[in-house]
Design a binder for this molecule. Structure first.
Ligand code: FAD
Length: 339
């Protein structure tokens, strides 16, 4: 059996959070499969990157350090990973469902005829019995994700082809250091040997990075608004509440679609996944596509005028009433108490 591989994204010398989350998940999958966890790190001037990667329990890092890999471009990254995977024959390969992973994953998977499940929300190891074919499969990767518009949760398996590939969005898996002093080994990739002129037809001439000022993912308190906030002006009250609570403002998709908030604030299946200490859901019904992105919050307070709103089922505290009455009262109260 091959090992579990995680393709790490590196930006300005830092391994992306989504990759560290996948290494955490990869370690537990490797433990279940009784195999090694291996990472692929490509970039330029990335010597020393292992200090960020080993603590997640990584046994082997395949390191490709080359000027031509400084910025991600599809063809050279694909060639290197396909070449590596043909030699190493991984059992499982995980990538972030990021801009990079969404581009690279399908390329690698189609070159290896492996198949890939995008946007998984859970990954587990399990068996499968194909009664029709009379076959029993052991230790498959269960690639779990919502399907049919979120109405069912599908478990997808890939019994016959390798690697079993999956992408996962940032924030979905937990990031946890396995052992701060863990040490693996580095295997250098011979980039020169693999890259051909046709891999280098795309040149990055200039890069402009737009950094978002919104930091919902790392906020310990989130005040989130839904369609029930009624209007953009109504929704704007949430910024005042967030201000007194030192919180960040999130939104449901219905609120984003209605123009109450920007897409970067959307929480849920097609937005950000968050796990704050406190989540205050204001005028949000709590459809599964929304709760998928916030149900692991430590404490949830729901403010809703419908006592049967689905969000109430997962809330620790429910305030039954009109957001237009309650939110201003909360702002006043917190202002008074924080003076
Ligand atoms: P509604 O469902 O309209 O609920 C509004 C709530 O506000 C109701 O509970 C109502 O009782 C309450 N309310 C109304 N007025 C007041 C008031 N004055 N005071 C107090 N309460 C009031 N949704 C997401 O959020 N994130 C996603 O990432 C996401 N991805 C999706 C992906 C797919 C493929 C699909 C099909 C859907 C997705 N959705 C997502 C949409 C999701 O299904 C819901 O439509 C959406 O979450 C509803 O948003 P809402 O709760 O704000 O609005």
């Amino acid at each position: 059996m091959g090992n579990v591989f995680v393709i790490c994204e590196i930006e300005e010398g830092k391994v992306a959070d989504v990759s560290l989350e996948l290494l955490t998940k990869g370690r537990s999958l490797a433990n279940d499969l009784n195999c090694k966890l291996e990472a692929v790190a490509l970039g330029h001037n990335i010597k020393g990157i292992e200090s960020q990667i080993y603590p997640y329990g990584v046994d082997v890092i395949h390191l490709g350090d080359d000027k031509r890999l400084e910025f991600y471009t599809t063809l050279p990254y694909t060639s290197i990973i396909v070449d590596l995977f043909k030699a190493e024959k991984p059992e499982v390969c995980l990538l972030g469902a990021s801009t990079l992973g969404r581009d690279l994953g399908p390329r690698v998977s189609s070159a290896l005829f492996s198949g890939l499940t995008a946007d998984c929300t859970a990954l587990e190891i399990g068996d499968h019995s194909d009664k029709k074919a009379g076959k029993e499969y052991k230790d498959l990767l269960y690639q779990i994700r919502p399907a049919f518009g979120g109405n069912i949760v599908a478990t997808i398996i890939n019994p016959d082809c390798r690697p079993q590939m999956a992408t996962v969005r940032e924030g979905v898996m937990k990031m946890e250091i396995h052992d701060a002093s863990y040490k693996g080994e580095i295997k250098e990739i011979d980039v020169d040997k693999i890259l051909k002129p046709e891999d280098l037809v795309v040149k990055v001439i200039e890069r402009h990075m737009e950094k978002s000022k919104v930091n919902i993912k790392n906020s310990s308190i989130i005040v989130a608004g839904g369609y029930g906030m009624g209007s953009k002006e109504g929704f704007n009250q949430l910024y005042q509440l967030a201000d007194v609570l030192s919180a960040e403002v999130g939104a449901s998709r219905a609120a984003v679609d209605a123009g109450f908030a920007d897409h970067e604030r959307q929480i849920g299946q097609t937005g950000v996944t968050v796990r704050p200490k406190l989540y205050i859901a204001c005028g949000i019904s709590g459809q599964i596509q929304h709760t998928a992105g916030m149900e692991e919050s430590s404490m949830i307070i729901a403010i809703n005028n419908d006592s049967n709103a689905p969000i109430n089922k997962i809330a620790d505290y429910v305030i039954n009433g009109d957001v237009n009455d309650i939110v201003p009262k909360l702002i006043k109260l917190y202002k008074k108490n924080t003076k």
